[in-house]
Design a protein around this ligand. Sequence first.
Ligand SMILES: Nc1ncnc2c1ncn2[C@@H]1O[C@H](COP(=O)(O)OP(=O)(O)OP(=O)(O)O)[C@@H](O)[C@H]1O
Length: 772
Amino acid sequence: MRIQIGLLFSLTGTTSLTEKGQCDAARFAIEEYNRASCQVEAVIADIGSDPRKGAQAAEKLARQGVRIFVGCYTSTCRQAILPVLEAYHCLLVYPTLYEGKECHPNVIYTGELPNQQIHTLLDYMTSHYGKRVYCIGTDYYYPRETHRQVHSFLTQRNGMVVKEHYVPFGHQHFHDVLSDIAEEQPDAVFSTLVGKSIAPFYRDFHRMAAPRKKIPIFSPITKETELAAIGTPYRAGHYSSASYFQSLPGEDNKAFIATFQRFLGEKRPISSVMYNTYLGTKLILESLLDTKSISHRDIVKQIKGRTFPTVCGPMALDTSDRHLSRPVKIGKSLPNGQFEIVWDSKRSISPAPFLTDTKLPGALPETVLNGWSRISDEALIVATMDGLIVYMSEQASALTQLSPGQTVAKNNWADLSSRYEVTCSEQAPYLFYLLKAKARATPTVQLASPAASFGRVRTSHPGYQAELNVARLAAESQANVLILGETGTGKEVLAEAIHRESERRHGPFLAINAASLPRDLIASELFGFVDGAFTGAKKGGAIGKFEAANNGTIFLDEIGDMPLDLQAVLLRVIESRKIVRLGDTKERAINVRIIAATNRNLLQAVANGDTFRADLFYRLNVLSITIPPLRERSEDIRQLAQQFLHDLCALYGNGPHLIEKAAWNALLDYQWPGNVRELRNVVERAFLLAKRAGEPIRPEHLPSQIREDVPLPSASPFSLKKLEQKVIEEALQKSPNVEAAAQMLGIARSTLYRKIKEGTKKLPENPAAKEP
Ligand SMILES: Nc1ncnc2c1ncn2[C@@H]1O[C@H](COP(=O)(O)OP(=O)(O)OP(=O)(O)O)[C@@H](O)[C@H]1O
């Protein structure tokens, strides 16, 4: 059996500097394999740093029968080829470090995740250099998302991102940025520049910023390949982190370098992305030997859960997802273009693709994180229940040798108490330790409660709590915000909470829904119009929502449905902070913060390149918050239902206060396609029925789809959709018109129309189920 493996790399284009090495590494792994059994052919496609080309190349190869791919460097490129992988049942080995938040069934990820690479690098940076950091990156998803995590990490440690700056792909002129860095004098620079921008930035940085103060650059991307392009004397004294460095000691690494360089025909540097590509390709090839199958399911089944030796130490493909647990090192760059290892995790760090914002399992109160050192002399350490230190006040850092990110075993805490007076308070999911040098008396300290509150939005779901941390940051900043979440999850409620907690709280909060407005009216609604601007325009004209929201916040709901031409206008407004009314030429300055929301996969739309503009996406996505669907936060169903019941009792003066156990079970089992909106409607309906009967809420007061809801048989991604289809179908059948069906489902009419249009369900034959 002759097997073809598609190598999707950019041999030309702005990121070719790094990707050429990755392509060589995959070829090397294949050549090594073929030496034993000559069965595999590498089919190379140059995707020219262009995601669309990547998708086209993948599709062409898939049509020719290729089922295994290795490749992609940028996340945008990976995202672009996912639909091809799904359509043709292919597997992709994605060998590049990335921002996480993904676990696609057709992908194996062999690059480092932020919890392995970024958090370790930031820990080192903050403990050795300081917490005032200047971020610079190339303008696309990975740098923006990574800087968001840097921001979140630093804020939790009383640090800050002093400024964030982005440049387009291939940008090579850094004079302005470097003057800015020289002015700001941060403790460190964090760079996510990629490709051709790296060498000019490091060179100019050396010339301009460095002489005043030794400011190091920390970058997850700048490795041996890039250092070679930077050259001497510009490349020494900066930091990176990864599992692999060429300078790793050990005979096995020496042998690997020697054979790889022989294959390359030159003494070219070897970097971690190259090693991760070699490793990923090798894993697939070894599995092929055993399974003799090119089915992505068989290959993954074969590799999952296995531990295998590497020159960096043992690694294993996690059984629950598709990322590697791995040891991580931090390297400091040397004049010769290699790294000196300055820190070594000495153990495998498990992958946490969905724990990218923070290591915290839940939200710690801001008061503790930001204010402790200012308001108290006590040394405070906060650790998770299994001993991972997630926060240390300045006093605690001064008093002990410990640092955040370290795990302290239970008996070692006891050891500390021989040197300090230690008071421990357990408030799950955290342990709070107060330390004092032994000679001093211990005053009683009231620890702040770790429960978080953000206006009406309360949650016990750890993932959502972490997202609410970002929402709090958003409230403190002027940045644009993008809220992602299914319909009815509370995007508008959260947007309003951010507004209410921000400096703009005394200004207006105006919401506009792009999907519910006729296309022709969106522009006039947003920007206003002058007399005679269009046929039928109101006499005297009108101001638009942007002007009306001046000094406040505008909430643009369903932004994913905004027509492309209007997206261009919106982008101009965001950049210039000026609007022009329709039919007018005069520019008017506005001071409005934009919070946008969508329940669509905008990134996919950006990757496809035809429905949403990438530049607008990145403008809006300065801070993005994802609200998990209600079915994933069952802990909130109870809390929200109780809150709604309480509100209803207060509103009606009396009524049932109790929900019977059987009714609770039905509520907790149900999948809530309409999310919080649906829950609120269901509780209100049940409240009124039970009130009339003078009873507590029982199952018979709940709608039939909830009483009869059968738990999903498995975590199949398709069953949920089917369930949703069933619910929509039933609602349409039972309702006299679409409006009533939408009400029954607890979703907006526009949302129901969209779902019908998406092919979720065709309008039924029932002639009654039509528009009124
Ligand atoms: N945390 C909350 N507390 C109380 N009510 C909530 C909460 N979140 C959502 N709701 C209720 O759910 C309804 C839907 O919320 P919202 O309109 O904010 O959702 P959405 O995600 O913007 O929906 P859509 O995508 O359909 O526009 C609201 O009317 C509100 O009453």
